[in-house]
Design a protein around this ligand. Structure first.
Ligand code: IMP
Ligand code: MG
Length: 186
């Protein structure tokens, strides 16, 4: 497969496209071990988790329902500003369903605690959480995911769905953004 040259705004590539593909396949196998042939309701946290969710879904042959939820927490900064807010809620019912909550990255934990709390209140048959990345050192509220793609250090990363000011989501690998690029673009 032809590889694009590293984007000029990326300081270091942390996780290559190939490593992501391999790990997503392994996560699919883990899901299969846990759920067998049960139907799953995926809830993807927009926008960051969209690419990861799309690839993970295709690693399992279970019957699957898909919904998205939108949370605002970052705006255009690399640091979370206060309390995340729900800006777009679920369309599917999740009561009595096996729910898999999918996000791109677990950072302070605030976003996923909010969403997980909300979903638990809807009384699913089960709820588990799958994140592609875990920045464990940054947690401000206690929260652990059931399935984790990669543990990463406390660096601001972009690519494969993750953005800075809505840019770089389309990069095929995950990398650390150059410090001089971590300013709000015009
Ligand atoms: P938390 O509420 O602090 O755990 O934040 C989780 C959300 O913050 C994720 O869904 C991402 O959208 C965003 N986020 C956290 N760290 C990064 C990063 O390094 N790059 C891009 N987005 C990030
Ligand atoms: Mg996000």
């Amino acid at each position: 497969m032809a590889r694009l040259p590293l984007h000029p705004d990326i300081e270091t590539e942390l996780i290559t496209e190939e490593a992501i593909k391999q790990r997503v396949a392994e996560l699919g196998a883990e899901l299969k071990r846990v759920y067998g042939n049960e139907e799953l309701t995926f809830i993807s946290v927009m926008n960051g988790a969209i690419l990861f969710t799309a690839d993970l879904l295709r690693q399992i042959d279970n019957p699957v329902r898909l919904d998205c939820i939108r949370i605002s927490s970052y705006g255009n900064a690399t640091e979370s500003h206060g309390t995340p807010k729900l800006v777009h809620s679920l369309m599917l019912d999740v009561t009595g369903r096996h729910v898999l909550l999918v996000d791109d990255i677990l950072d302070t934990g605030k976003t996923l605690s909010l969403v997980a709390g909300m979903i638990r209140g809807l009384q699913p048959a089960s709820m588990r959480v799958c994140v592609l990345l875990d920045k464990k050192g940054r947690r401000q509220v206690p929260f652990e995911a059931d399935f984790v793609g990669f543990k990463i250090p406390d660096k601001f990363v972009v690519g494969y769905g993750l953005d800075y000011a809505e840019r770089y989501r389309n990069l095929p690998s995950i990398g650390v953004l150059k410090a001089e690029r971590q300013k709000l673009p015009g």
